[in-house]
Design a protein around this ligand. Structure first.
Ligand SMILES: [Zn+2]
Length: 199
């Protein structure tokens, strides 16, 4: 799940919350168009990320170490697997839209990681930009990485949210960063939109 940057972090919504406390509805036509466009965007992001990991140039390495900080080659392989799995499974993704308010406040989106590729979209998703930091496409990278068949990110650790916090996580605890959905999102966004990380 991804809530606001302020974090109200419920790491992974348990099944009961999913079923009982978050009314979800089929997305309307307009919402579906936005979601499908974002999914195409997410596929482009994943493809760029895959290429960067397979054949990294200097700038790609900067981003690899910024967001994942791998110490061993096989750590890099595991990160690559996640992006490859996103590309394998993205066409199975379906959307629902969260109706009304939810107990934790507005959310970008959430998934049940063991579920079959159903992504629930919240109001923050529809307020997000198509491109750039915290984009709609990047949000889908984050969410899809949670699925057990893709990356099982944050299965065993709380989510760390936000650009600076995710970067700090990579510096302090690379293995945790390699299991944190947000790091996949920000890496992919940084590769696809290099102007995001001029600094
Ligand atoms: Zn999440």
């Amino acid at each position: 799940m991804k809530t606001t940057v302020l974090g109200l972090a419920i790491a992974i919504a348990p099944a009961l919350l999913w079923a009982d406390e978050r009314p979800v509805l089929p997305c309307d036509d307009e919402q579906s168009d936005v979601a499908e466009r974002a999914l195409e965007g997410a596929e482009s992001l994943a493809r760029f990320a895959e290429n960067a990991l397979n054949d990294a140039d200097f700038d790609d390495y900067r981003q690899i170490f910024r967001w994942f900080n791998p110490k061993e080659e096989d750590e890099l392989e595991e990160v690559l697997d996640v992006f490859e799995n996103i590309l394998v499974w993205s066409e199975s993704v379906k959307f629902l839209c969260i109706a009304g308010s939810v107990p934790e406040g507005p959310v970008y989106a959430q998934v049940l990681p063991t579920g079959n590729f159903l992504v629930e979209l919240g109001s923050l998703f529809f307020e997000a930009e198509e491109g750039g930091r915290d984009s709609q496409a990047g949000t889908l990278i984050h969410e899809i990485s949670h699925f057990v068949l893709v990356g099982a990110t944050n299965q065993n650790q709380e989510e760390v949210y936000g650009w600076d916090a995710a970067m700090e996580l990579a510096a302090k605890d690379p293995e945790a960063a390699q299991q944190n959905a947000e790091n996949y999102q920000y890496f992919a966004e940084s590769i696809f939109w290099p102007d995001l990380t001029e600094n």
